[in-house]
Design a protein around this ligand. Structure first.
Ligand code: ZN
Ligand code: ZN
Length: 274
């Protein structure tokens, strides 16, 4: 059985067709998967339905197979988060709501390369550190004066929780991973720089409804009298919908995905058809 150099099975690979990272259960079997290794770019084959856990393996029949591959679960996770964090449209950091987020990845700003960088509709900025290895992260001190909020994802803790050694781990798709991160946000994300509340955010008519997406009760109360036209989450009918195209709130997604529904898509479908 082929493994990466470090002896770990590879549950993810890069799809040649879409350029996206995919999970082993999302692809066709064998060479039909049309994927390459996340780390060394060698074409891989999808090993499914064998006695072992489903995984990708380097294709040894390919002339381009390299001798050295540094694939690790941490590498995969850091890449997946770079792909999936930019799908988040709204984020709450310490009571501040960032809505209409536009993201860039590994982007240079303020003289620093920022792992994941978000600019909200109100022009507030968030830098998120997503380290590939222990102790290698952003130059936080240099960034502090320039961005409103700085977060750090503990990729190492995520790997330990999601891919425990000596244990068969469940197959996760990149989408599952971002859902798990949102679910365990407090455990896996630390706030390095707390945003300062901006007066103009709450007074702007454009962002009034956006404030109601907050799971912070203080903020929900603050705006509930003034904007009755908001779109409520179809699950709880209390908070505003900011996930699944405005259909659901974060809290209901956290509570139900993985329990009542296998994933966000299924949950959205259920409430859309309801
Ligand atoms: Zn490789
Ligand atoms: Zn809800």
């Amino acid at each position: 059985m082929m493994m990466s150099q470090t002896g770990v099975l590879m549950p993810f690979a890069l799809c040649n067709t879409t350029g996206c990272i995919v999970g082993i259960d999302e692809v066709d079997r064998g060479n039909q998967c049309n994927c390459r290794c996340l780390s060394c770019s060698t074409p891989v084959t999808a090993r499914q339905g064998e006695s072992n856990q489903n995984h990708f393996a380097h294709r040894t029949d390919e002339a381009s197979t390299v001798n050295e591959c540094h694939y690790s679960p941490l590498t995969a996770l850091a890449l997946i988060l770079r792909q999936e964090l930019p799908t988040i449209l709204a984020l709450q950091v310490d009571g501040c709501i960032y809505e209409g987020l536009k993201w860039s990845v590994d982007t240079k700003a303020f003289g620093v390369v920022i792992d994941v960088f978000g600019i909200a509709a109100c022009e507030s900025t968030i830098a998120i550190e997503v380290p590939f290895a222990n102790g290698v992260g952003l130059c936080i001190e240099e960034l502090k004066p320039h961005v409103d909020a700085i977060l750090s994802v503990n990729t190492n803790a995520m790997v330990q929780a999601l891919y425990p050694r000596e244990q068969k781990s469940i197959s996760l798709s990149p989408n599952d991973i971002i859902e798990l991160l949102l679910e365990n946000w407090a455990d896996w994300v630390s706030v390095i720089k707390v945003p300062v509340m901006k007066e103009n955010i709450s007074s702007s008519p454009q962002t009034d409804t956006e404030y109601k997406g907050s799971i912070n009760s203080h903020l929900v109360q603050f705006s509930s009298d003034e904007t009755p036209s908001q779109i409520l989450c179809r699950c709880c009918n209390i908070r505003s919908g900011i996930r699944a195209g405005g259909l659901l709130c974060n809290e209901c997604v956290f509570k139900n995905v993985g329990h009542r529904f296998p994933n966000l898509t299924e949950m959205a479908r259920y409430y859309r058809d309801k």
